[in-house]
Design a protein around this ligand. Structure first.
Ligand SMILES: CC(C)(COP(=O)(O)OP(=O)(O)OC[C@H]1O[C@@H](n2cnc3c(N)ncnc32)[C@H](O)[C@@H]1OP(=O)(O)O)[C@@H](O)C(=O)NCCC(=O)NCCS
Length: 189
């Protein structure tokens, strides 16, 4: 504030704008360096422990972890449930660490569900979640699906914004224990 008062008004405004634009470019540059170091590839069996951890930590971060192992059985058999069943399971890797993931699971001939979308907390907000989601949507179209479904909980605001951003629309809500689930769908035909 002292700085603002001690210089002519127009100059201060210009200089603030320049500083904001410099900061913006810096953040963009950092994120694009991160994206350059990040690879999205198909899940391999050796990723399993990292995938399990990321799944659990991601939900605990949002206070949305229920802890019932029956709800995570798909992660025990990713090849059967996703990869060998007209689906997909992707991981994002940065400096040899799994920092993101997401799966596409067949529901029926026309419909697939996007599941287990997670990004490690320190890497969130840098476009990785959206990149994984875009790639899963692209893959769903390639596999011939016409409709995608996805769900989250009312506690997971970033997820809700992300789903709406890529074109999902909310269809209904349901109570799940202490949580409220929010269901979305999108036509991709
Ligand atoms: C939801 C999640 C996957 C998003 O991944 P991300 O890499 O952080 O998100 P991105 O940087 O790609 O953001 C894409 C869009 O999502 C929305 N978004 C992301 N973080 C947000 C936040 N903190 N608040 C509001 N919207 C947010 C925005 O629309 C954003 O677009 P913008 O940057 O142009 O505003 C990630 O936050 C996560 O793993 N959360 C914990 C687990 C979870 O909730 N998974 C969701 C499925 S149940």
């Amino acid at each position: 504030m002292v700085f603002l008062r001690s210089v002519p008004h127009g100059w201060a405004k210009r200089s603030l704008r320049q500083e904001a634009s410099r900061l913006f470019s810096f953040i963009k540059e950092k994120n694009s360096v991160l994206m350059k170091n990040t690879t999205i590839r198909r899940f391999m069996q050796s990723d399993l422990e990292s995938v399990r951890t990321l799944h659990e930590v991601g939900l605990k971060q949002m206070d949305a972890y229920i802890g019932d192992p029956r709800l995570n059985r798909d992660l025990d058999t990713i090849f059967d449930v996703y990869l060998n069943n007209e689906g997909e399971f992707l991981v994002a890797v940065c400096n040899e660490k799994i920092i993101g993931m997401g799966g596409l699971r067949k529901v029926d001939k026309n419909t697939a569900e996007i599941k287990r979308l997670r990004v490690t907390r320190t890497y969130q907000g840098k476009g990785i979640g959206k990149t994984i989601l875009d790639e899963l949507i692209r893959r769903a179209k390639e596999l011939g699906y016409q409709k995608l479904i996805i769900d989250t909980t009312t506690k997971q605001i970033p997820a809700q914004r992300l789903f709406e951003k890529v074109g999902f629309r909310e269809t209904r809500r349901e109570r799940l224990g202490k949580l409220e689930q929010v269901f979305y769908e999108m036509n991709i035909s």
